[in-house]
Design a protein around this ligand. Structure first.
Ligand SMILES: Cc1cc2nc3c(=O)[nH]c(=O)nc-3n(C[C@H](O)[C@H](O)[C@H](O)COP(=O)(O)O)c2cc1C
Length: 213
């Protein structure tokens, strides 16, 4: 079984990013022999990494970080998964602060006493949802992608999906006059973005399955 963990960081529980992540996990399941789990960061308490370096000297397999908060069980889930999908809304051309906070807390896996580069070889997928197609989508994806690279994770690119760092999907759909419609879940209408998401996620699953052989 390939374990896929999807985490999204929109404060809106049933918003575009949550919908996209759900869609991505359904696409992952189509690959077969896949288990999926979703974590929504909205409403959780996730403290900033304090750079206390506790993880470097005192970490145990049962306690990854000096801070105990809502990130603790999520860090354990990240350690257990094969494919990690991180989905963020685009905020000022970058990932949301909530996801950035969680990513900073994964430092416990880079220099952790009970496992140096503990996420190495896992497969990472970055997803971004922006109101506009070219207003920070790729910089958001690159930010998430950079975290995968720092962990020496595998982050496949997928030419067929037109996706280099991950997939960006647009939520602000326009009508015939190019005025923005106010549809709450505009992400559902970005057919190209969703098609790319399916291709990209399946490529990630293929990569993970190849590695698990
Ligand atoms: C603080 C803030 C900053 C935003 N900045 C951008 C931006 O730089 N580029 C963009 O395309 N959309 C931007 N948006 C729009 C959101 O990315 C867009 O509405 C997205 O669908 C939100 O996802 P959600 O529905 O899952 O919350 C911003 C929204 C907020 C609240």
């Amino acid at each position: 079984m390939t374990k896929v963990l999807g985490i999204h960081s929109s404060p809106i529980k049933n918003g575009n990013t949550a919908w996209l992540l759900d869609y991505a996990l359904q696409e992952a399941e189509k690959a077969g022999k896949v288990t999926t789990e979703t974590v929504a960061l909205s409403g959780l308490t996730i403290a900033d990494c304090r750079h206390c370096n506790w993880c470097m000297t005192k970490q145990t397999p049962d306690r990854l970080c000096s801070i105990t908060d809502d990130a603790s069980p999520i860090l354990e889930k990240i350690r257990e998964c094969d494919v990690l999908i991180l989905a963020s809304p685009v905020y000022f051309s970058r990932l949301s602060g909530t996801l950035a906070c969680l990513i900073d807390r994964t430092r416990c896996f880079t220099f952790g006493k009970s496992g140096h580069l503990a996420l190495k070889g896992k497969v990472g997928v970055a997803l971004a949802v922006g109101w506009c197609r070219n207003l920070g989508m790729e910089t958001t994806l690159a930010g998430i992608h950079g975290a995968f690279l720092l962990h020496e994770m595998l982050a496949p690119s997928c030419h067929a999906a037109g996706a280099l760092y991950g997939v960006g999907v647009v939520s602000g759909q326009r009508d015939e006059a190019f005025s923005y419609k106010r549809d709450k879940l505009g992400v559902k209408d970005d057919r190209e973005g969703l098609h790319s998401t399916g291709l990209y996620v399946r490529e990630a699953i293929r990569t993970a399955k190849g590695r698990l052989k």
